[in-house]
Design a protein around this ligand. Structure first.
Ligand SMILES: [Cu+2]
Length: 137
């Protein structure tokens, strides 16, 4: 009798676990991420000003339309956001490098309302206009 009950409990566990393993809440959030395309060129970001919602997942699609390299540096923004672990390696000290002609995707969920500056850290690019602002609301 005891064995029969244990088997029933085990069968129930088997029936439940595949779904809970396959679809964690974080996984679901990343798969429903909204795409925000940000173009990097000499010497601006387009758009340079945009608004994101707190708690919503986004795929920041960085497109470098120039032949030379640019960066997307937003340390305060990344520090106040949840970053998809799969994309975290592309961010170093709050900065993402994008080689000329390349694209890079960073998935984030902003966690804290506020305004966050971003810029290209390549020599003199920011003073020439390569900077912008993200508003999280
Ligand atoms: Cu630049």
């Amino acid at each position: 009798m005891r064995a029969a009950i244990s088997f029933a409990a085990f069968a129930t566990l088997l029936a439940i676990s595949p779904a809970s393993v396959a679809q964690t809440p974080a996984g679901a959030a990343w798969s429903s991420a909204e795409t925000v395309e940000i173009q990097l060129s000499n010497y601006k970001f387009a758009p340079s000003n945009f608004t994101l919602r707190q708690g919503q997942a986004y795929r920041l699609h960085l497109v470098n339309a120039a032949s030379g390299g640019h960066s997307f540096s937003a340390p305060e923004f990344f520090a106040a956001a949840q970053v998809d672990p799969a994309d975290a390696a592309a961010i170093s000290k709050g900065k993402v490098e994008v080689e000329g002609g390349q694209t890079r995707d960073i998935r984030v969920i902003p966690q804290k309302p506020g305004t966050y500056e971003f810029q290209c850290t390549h020599f003199l690019h920011a003073p020439m206009g390569m900077k912008g602002r993200i508003t999280v609301e």
